[in-house]
Every structure is written in structure tokens, then in C-alpha cells.
Ligand binder design. Structure first.
Ligand SMILES: Nc1ncnc2c1ncn2[C@@H]1O[C@H](COP(=O)(O)OP(=O)(O)OP(=O)(O)O)[C@@H](O)[C@H]1O
Ligand SMILES: [Mg+2]
Length: 318
């Protein structure tokens, strides 16, 4: 099947600190993946593994250090951002940060439709808005003239999805779209992505640290660790028969919907993080129960095992 998005050998290096003490972090490290039309692809991994950075590059918000992105057969570059990102829309983690608290939400919808010349007059605009709101289970009547704080987090996230649909995108990039939504409502919102894929044929790049929702919603999944894609394949295989030692560990330590736990993990990881970025071989070598000498010396090869890509020496006959 033709590819909608092709991310090829993408890398992003951030330089931190001052001239005297430079720290270079390869936030995205030679990552390649693709997304097919009407496919839901998840990128998962713990905090700081580079998910958002990869998404921001695809969205044209951030420039890659190296690598290419092809969307709809068109190659992205610095000055050709506009048509390259055409058809791509983003949905962010915090819906309350997406909307200005002093503006009514319908304002944003009219503005988008007029700016993109998608509606000739107010009546046509209302029709389009209503149609998009219906896709997410809302209606114009319950939405018109209201301010962001008059909605729950779940409702507002539905509204931001409807807004993303206004331009009839072919790819939605949803970065942790449910992590700030009430746990009881998460599945219903994740379900929306499935429904939209079926109804509108839209593809979704679903970014999350939550393997349970990733398993439920996505067709394929890529597991990231310290900027590297360590395992990628059909979600059923990757999560039910994980091959990479890191995927196995991640699966066992699913940070279930408990934000306090997530913070604790992030804090302890921070100490390890710097050391892991500097590793010359496999970034996971320091924590891997199956570590071998070669893992500390050279970057592991990417190997296909039964439709699944695994970046690990264990599968290279060592
Ligand atoms: N603008 C920036 N300048 C410097 N370093 C950055 C910048 N943005 C991200 N980083 C670093 O790059 C690494 C990857 O960050 P990123 O936000 O992509 O991770 P993430 O997987 O989205 O994490 P989370 O699950 O917490 O959202 C981190 O070490 C982060 O500190
Ligand atoms: Mg992120």
C-alpha cells in the first residue's frame, strides 16, 4: 500500500548549556517509520525518549538535524513547510492550553474556516462546524458562545479534535491526547480516533506512554528508548510477544493511570538519562538483563523477526 508519511533516518540533536560546557543530546536518533493511509501508528516509550520531538519535526515546528520526511509524496524542507504540512493537523495534551480562556471556542472554528476560505458565509460555516462536531459526538447548540472553562477536559479535547477536522486532514498527530483527561473518559476519546479512521479514512500518529490505549487503538507501534526506535511492528505482536528487552520491561512496568507514579519514574530516570545518551553502543545496555560486551561497543543492527523490527544484538546471532 502507498505510504502517506515516510520518516527516513530522522535525527535531532539538541545542544544544551553554554560554550564552556556543552551537552549534546540526540533526542531523535536515526529513526525511520512510515504511516499508511487510514492507519493508526503509535509511538510509545517513557518520558524523554523523543516522541514529541519526532512529532514536532513532522509537524514542521522543529527542524531536523538530518534525515528526510516525505508526506503525500512530497519531501519536506525548510522553505517548503507549507505544502508539506498541508493535510496534517495536531492534537495536543492539554486542551485547556489550546484555547484562550477569554475567547469562546466557536471563535476558533469560524476563524479557521474563514482563513482557509472553507466557508463562504456564516451559515455555511455553521453547517461545517456542526458536521465536524457530530463526528466527535457534540453539536453546535451545546458549543456555540461558550468559553473553554465551561467544558470538561474530555469535552474540550473532543472539541480540539473537531477543530483539527475542519481542514479535512489526512493525518492527525495526537501527542498524549488523553493523559490529562479523566481516566474514565480516556477510552471513549481514544475510540474516537478509531471511528474517525473508519469514517473519514484519516491516519493517526498516536503518541503515548500508555501501552494499554496504544494496544487498543493502533495497528502498528514503535517503541522508543533514548531517541532510538528499538522495536516496531504490528501492535499485537510487539505488545503481546515483545522481543526487545526494553519492550519487555516497559510492558511489565506499564505506568497505569497514576500521574504520581509517572513523576517518580521521571525523577529517577533523570539521573540515568545523561549517561544513557552518551552510550556509544545500545542505549539500553546499562539496564538490560541480557547485556553482552558487543552491546556496549557498537550500535545494534535493525533485524526483522517475524514482521517485527528489533534493534538488538540478541537477534543477530550473538
Ligand atoms: N527544545 C529543546 N531543547 C533542548 N532539549 C530538548 C528540547 N526539547 C526536548 N529536549 C530534550 O530531548 C529529549 C526528548 O524530549 P521529548 O520531549 O521529545 O520526549 P517525550 O518522549 O515526548 O517525553 P514525554 O513523555 O515526557 O512527553 C529530552 O531529553 C528533552 O529534555
Ligand atoms: Mg512528549
Amino acid at each position: 500500500m502507498a505510504k502517506l508519511l515516510e520518516v527516513d533516518h530522522l535525527s535531532k540533536v539538541f545542544s544544551l548549556g553554554n560554550i564552556l560546557s556543552r551537552v549534546r543530546i540526540t533526542a531523535v536518533d536515526n529513526v525511520s517509520f512510515d504511516i499508511k493511509p487510514a492507519e493508526i501508528f503509535a509511538l510509545a516509550g517513557e518520558s524523554g525518549c523523543g516522541k514529541t520531538t519526532a512529532a514536532r519535526i513532522v509537524l514542521g515546528f522543529e527542524e531536523a538535524t538530518s534525515g528526510t520526511i516525505i508526506h503525500n509524496g512530497k519531501k519536506g524542507s525548510k522553505n517548503k513547510k507549507v505544502w508539506f504540512t498541508e493535510g496534517i493537523q495536531a492534537i495536543f495534551q492539554d486542551p485547556f492550553a489550546t484555547f484562550n480562556p477569554l475567547r469562546t471556542v466557536d471563535n476558533y472554528f469560524f476563524e479557521t474556516l474563514y482563513n482557509y476560505k472553507l466557508a463562504r458565509n456564516r451559515q455555511a460555516a455553521i453547517e461545517t462546524i456542526n458536521q465536524k462536531l457530530k463526528e466527535v459526538g457534540l453539536s453546535y447548540e451545546e458549543f456555540a458562545g461558550r468559553y473553554p472553562n465551561e467544558f470538561s477536559g474530555g469535552q474540550l479535547q473532543r472539541i480540539s479534535i473537531a477543530r483539527a477536522l475542519l481542514t479535512d486532514p489526512t493525518l492527525l498527530i495526537a501527542d498524549e491526547p488523553v493523559s490529562m483527561v479523566d481516566a474514565s473518559l480516556r477510552m471513549s476519546i481514544v475510540n474516537l480516533f478509531k471511528k474517525l479512521r473508519e469514517r473519514l479514512g484519516v491516519s493517526v500518529l498516536y503518541i503515548t506512554h500508555d501501552l494499554a490505549t496504544a494496544y487498543y487503538v493502533s495497528d502498528r507501534i514503535g517503541i522508543m528508548f533514548r531517541g532510538n526506535l528499538v522495536e516496531m511492528g504490528p501492535v499485537e505482536k510487539v505488545l503481546m510477544e515483545p522481543k526487545h528487552p526494553y519492550t519487555k520491561l516497559l510492558r511489565e512496568s506499564i505506568p497505569e493511570a497514576d500521574p504520581t507514579k509517572r513523576w517518580k519514574e521521571a525523577v529517577t530516570l533523570a539521573e540515568l538519562e545523561h549517561e544513557e545518551y552518551l552510550r556509544i553502543g545500545c542505549k539500553f545496555a546499562g539496564r538490560c538483563p541480557l547485556v553482552m560486551d558487543i552491546c556496549k561497543q557498537e550500535i545494534p543492527p535493525e533485524i526483522y523477526v517475524d514482521d517485527v523490527l528489533v534493534k538488538c544484538y540478541k537477534y543477530a546471532g550473538y
